[in-house]
Design a protein around this ligand. Structure first.
Ligand code: AN0
Ligand code: CP
Length: 316
């Protein structure tokens, strides 16, 4: 594995999941594989889980770490080729990225979309400039259109908790007070389409995800119909793709409630976190034994650890 940017970088998804579950039983099995190597984690946006779980995974493999809030602590970066840099951007990515590559053997990047220019966001301009100029393996810590470490952890969670060979997994839109990226649902959808699950996406009209991510998923505007017989409910808000970055609907009728969970096959409730209680999902669901959001977050360690191992095997 050279880079980890999407499900396409996972040659065998099921093998990755199995190896991650082995790490969950034996976290230090490869404690020395990262000896004398350094991973840099560059955050252009906030993070709790990704920041902490990726550090823990790296430490489990013996990697040294450098963590930086580039958005606050670094220089304003210019990503446009040929730009005349007479504005407020002090440094070009063409210098910043290879310099980071001088200090780090592997580089993780978190850079959310601007949610203004769909073409720019969906071209993954920021992530791809780091891939092009750093000269090192790049791991996405959530980019403009995907969150692969989250999605691998989501699949690990489904695999360890499923009670049937092919569970029904429902990705449901839920309301939010801010316009959020499509990265998490896009990524969840492409990983579910690569897994052996009965995958359904439900959202209000106007929140259709990009077709390349929806793939073969069943899509319905009827949330209650989608919940019927579900084994896993994965809730997430996202802003409109078609009316890019817009909030079209804040209808609290789409909030996940205990009444809706009763339509399911005793489904587990999943969310990548952070979650807005009583906006996205009511307290009763999050406080119920069916909520697995903490276990799901714990699986981010094993998701990152199995990916970093695959990358280290290519560079040592
Ligand atoms: C892991 C989720 C990160 C981000 N969430 C927020 C609140 O910005 C999102 O929705 O993509
Ligand atoms: N789920 C997730 O990536 O959480 P953070 O944004 O806190 O890292």
């Amino acid at each position: 594995m050279q880079h980890f940017l999407s499900v396409k970088d996972a040659i065998d998804v099921q093998a990755l999941v199995k190896e991650a579950l082995l790490y969950k039983k034996a976290p230090y099995a490869d404690k020395h594989i990262g000896k004398n190597r350094t991973m840099g984690l560059l955050f252009f946006n906030s993070s709790l889980r990704t920041r902490l779980s990726t550090q823990r995974a790296a430490q489990n493999l013996g990697l040294e770490l450098i963590v930086m809030n580039v958005g606050q602590d670094g220089w304003g970066l210019e990503f446009e080729d040929g730009a005349i840099m007479n504005g407020n951007k002090a440094e070009h990515i063409k210098e910043a990225a290879p310099v980071v590559g001088q200090y780090c053997d592997i580089v993780g990047i978190r850079s959310f979309p601007g949610l203004v220019d769909r073409e720019e966001d969906y071209s993954e301009k920021v992530l791809n400039q780091f891939v092009k100029h750093t000269g090192r393996p790049i791991v996405s810590l959530e980019s403009a259109t995907r969150h692969p470490l989250q999605s691998l952890a989501d699949l690990i969670t489904i695999e360890e908790l499923k009670t049937k060979p092919r569970p029904k997994v429902v990705l449901t839109w839920a309301p939010h007070v801010k316009a959020l990226p499509q990265a998490v649902p896009n990524s969840f959808a492409e990983w579910m389409n690569a897994a052996d699950v009965d995958f359904v996406i439900t959202h209000p009209e106007g929140y259709e995800l990009a077709p390349e991510f929806v793939g073969n998923a069943k899509v319905t505007y009827n949330q209650k119909e989608a919940f019927e017989g579900a084994d896993f409910i994965y809730a997430k808000n996202w802003s409109s793709y078609n009316q890019y970055g817009q909030i079209l609907n804040q209808d609290p009728a789409w909030m996940v409630t205990m009444d809706k969970m009763k339509l399911t096959n005793n489904a587990k409730f999943m969310h990548c976190l952070p979650v807005r209680r009583n906006v996205v999902v009511e307290d009763a669901v999050l406080d119920s034994p069916n909520s697995v959001v903490v276990q799901q977050a714990g699986n981010r360690i094993w998701s990152a650890q199995v990916v970093l191992k695959q990358i280290l095997l290519k560079i040592i």
